[in-house]
Design a protein around this ligand. Structure first.
Ligand code: AMP
Ligand code: GLY
Length: 425
C-alpha cells in the first residue's frame, strides 16, 4: 500500500513510525513532516493547509490510504475533498470535524443523546453574557470560545471582573477571531482528567488504551495551558469500570449520535474526560489523535495499525480483530523551546539525539524540528516527545528522563513531574 500521513508534529511522527512498521506498506509519505518523520517516511513539501495540493499529491502518487493528523485541515474539509477524488481517508469530513471545531455543536449532540458533560450556556452578545455572569456565585467559571483556537480558547476566570473582561474580549473585541464569536460558559468540573480515544468507521468502535496528558507548562500543573507537556498510558484513573462507563455512555453514544445525524464519521473520536465524584464527564471532543497522547498509546499497540485505519476508512471496522496491547506502561516527556507556550524559538541546534538512539525501548518523536545542513534544529514550540516503555510506570519514567538528560538545546523546557499522578496512587 501507498500511505500518506498529513501533518508535521509529534502526533504525525508517531503515526508514521507505527504505520511504517506494517508489512503492508510499500511506500510512506508525510506532508509536510519534520526532521523526525524523514527517518521513517519520505517528506513531501506540501503544507497541511494546502487542500488542493494534497488532493493532487494523493492522485499523483496513487495513495491507497491518507491519514490526516491535525484538526484544522479536517475542519476545512480535506477529507471530503479527498473522498470526492476517490481517495480512501482516515479522518472525518468537515461535518464530523464540527465535533471539535464547534463546542456548541458538540454540546447540542451531548444534550440530545444524553452524554454526560458539564452544564453550559452559549452567548453571542456581551450584554446577555454579562447579565448571566452577574448572577454567578461559584468560581472559577469556565469560558470557552466556540471554535478552534489551537488549545488556547479556554479560560478559567476566578472573579466576576476577570470573567467580564474575557467575555468582552471574545464577543466584542475579536479575541480568537471567528472562533470567539460564540462564548460558552460552563460549569467547572473537578477531578482527574483522562483522554480516551476510539477508532471508528461510524458504526463500529475500537477503543484504545487511556492516556493522561499534562496541559500546564510548569510542574504541579501550574502556569499557562499548552498543547500538552507530556503523557502516560495506561492511566490508572480510568480503571476497567471507569473505562467501560466511558465506552458505554460516551463513545458508543457519540458514534450513534453522529450516525443518527447522518454524519459519515471515519476517524478518531477523542473524548477528553473529567473523572468527577459523580462519574465521568466530557470536557471536550476532538476529531483526531491526541498530541502527545498518541506518543504513549501507539508504542503500546501490538496490532498492525494499517489494516485498522484502512478498515475505518472503508467502513468495515467490524471485520478487524480486537486491538492487542503491550501491558507495559509508556511515559512521554515533551521538550519545548524557549518562550513556549506564548512564543517559540527557531533554529536552536539539538544535540544528543544519537546517544538516545542507542537506548532500548526509548523513542524520540519529533514535533517542531527541521534539518538544516547536517543538524537538527528547533522549529516550533513543542520540539520533541521523548517516550519510554518500562515494566512499571516508575521504570518507564526513569528511562524517559534518562533520555531527556542526554538531549540539549538552548532554552529547552520540560516538566520534571510527568506521570506523578500515576505514581502517587
Ligand atoms: P479544552 O481545550 O476544552 O481541552 O480545555 C483545556 C483545559 O481546560 C482542559 O484540559 C481542562 O483542564 C480545562 N477545562 C476545560 N473545561 C473544563 C471544565 N468544564 N471544568 C474544569 N476544567 C475544564
Ligand atoms: N493533548 C491534547 C490534545 O491533543 O488536544
Amino acid at each position: 500500500m501507498r500511505v500518506l500521513v498529513v501533518g508535521g508534529g509529534g502526533r504525525e511522527h508517531v503515526l508514521a513510525w507505527k504505520i511504517g512498521q506494517s508489512p503492508l506498506v510499500e511506500r510512506l509519505l508525510c506532508a509536510p513532516g519534520n526532521a523526525g518523520t524523514s527517518d521513517v517516511a519520505e517528506n513531501v513539501a506540501v503544507k497541511d493547509g494546502d487542500l488542493e495540493g494534497l488532493v493532487k499529491l494523493c492522485k499523483k502518487e496513487a495513495i491507497d490510504l491518507c491519514v490526516v493528523g491535525p484538526e484544522v485541515p479536517l475542519a476545512a474539509g480535506l477529507a471530503d475533498r479527498l473522498r470526492d477524488a476517490g481517495v480512501s481517508v482516515f479522518g472525518p469530513g468537515a461535518a464530523g470535524a464540527q465535533l471539535e471545531a464547534s463546542k456548541t455543536y458538540a454540546k447540542r449532540l451531548m444534550q440530545r443523546y444524553i452524554i454526560p458533560s458539564g452544564s453550559s450556556r452559549t452567548f453571542e452578545d456581551f450584554e446577555s453574557a454579562a447579565e448571566f455572569l452577574d448572577a454567578q456565585q461559584n468560581y472559577p467559571l469556565v469560558l470557552k470560545a466556540d471554535g478552534l483556537a489551537a488549545g488556547k480558547g479556554v479560560v478559567l476566570p476566578e472573579t466576576l471582573d476577570e470573567a467580564l473582561t474575557v467575555a468582552r474580549d471574545m464577543l466584542d473585541g475579536g479575541r480568537f477571531g471567528d472562533a470567539g464569536r460564540k462564548l460558552l460558559i460552563e460549569e467547572h468540573l473537578r477531578g482527574e482528567e483522562v483522554s480516551v480515544l476510539a477508532l471508528t468507521d461510524g458504526k463500529t468502535l475500537a477503543v484504545m488504551e487511556p492516556a493522561q496528558d499534562h496541559k500546564r507548562i510548569f510542574d504541579g500543573d501550574r502556569g499557562a495551558n499548552t498543547g500538552g507537556m507530556g503523557a502516560y498510558s495506561p492511566a490508572p484513573v480510568a480503571d476497567e469500570a471507569v473505562l467501560s462507563e466511558i465506552t458505554r455512555e460516551v463513545l458508543v453514544r457519540i458514534v450513534h449520535a453522529l450516525a443518527r445525524e447522518r454524519v459519515d464519521y471515519r476517524g478518531v473520536v477523542y473524548a477528553g474526560m473529567m473523572i468527577t465524584r459523580g462519574g465521568p464527564r466530557v470536557i471536550e471532543f476532538n476529531c483526531r489523535f491526541g498530541d502527545p497522547e498518541t506518543q504513549v498509546i501507539l508504542p503500546r499497540l501490538k496490532s498492525d495499525l494499517v489494516p485498522i485505519l484502512k478498515a475505518c476508512a472503508d467502513g468495515r471496522l467490524n471485520t478487524v480483530p480486537d486491538l492487542e496491547w503491550d501491558p507495559r506502561p509508556a511515559v512521554c516527556v515533551v521538550m519545548a523551546s524557549a518562550g513556549y507556550p506564548a512564543t517559540s524559538s527557531k533554529g536552536d541546534v539539538i544535540e544528543g539525539l544519537d546517544d538516545v538512539r542507542a537506548m532500548d525501548d526509548v523513542f524520540v518523536f519529533h514535533a517542531g524540528t527541521e534539518r538544516v545542513g547536517g543538524e537538527v534544529v528547533t522549529a516550533g514550540g513543542r520540539v520533541l516527545g521523548v517516550t519510554a516503555l518500562g515494566d512499571t510506570v516508575q521504570a518507564a519514567r526513569d528511562r524517559a528522563y534518562e533520555a531527556v538528560e542526554k538531549i540539549r538545546f538552548d532554552g529547552m523546557q520540560f516538566r520534571g513531574d510527568i506521570a506523578a499522578r500515576a505514581l502517587a496512587r
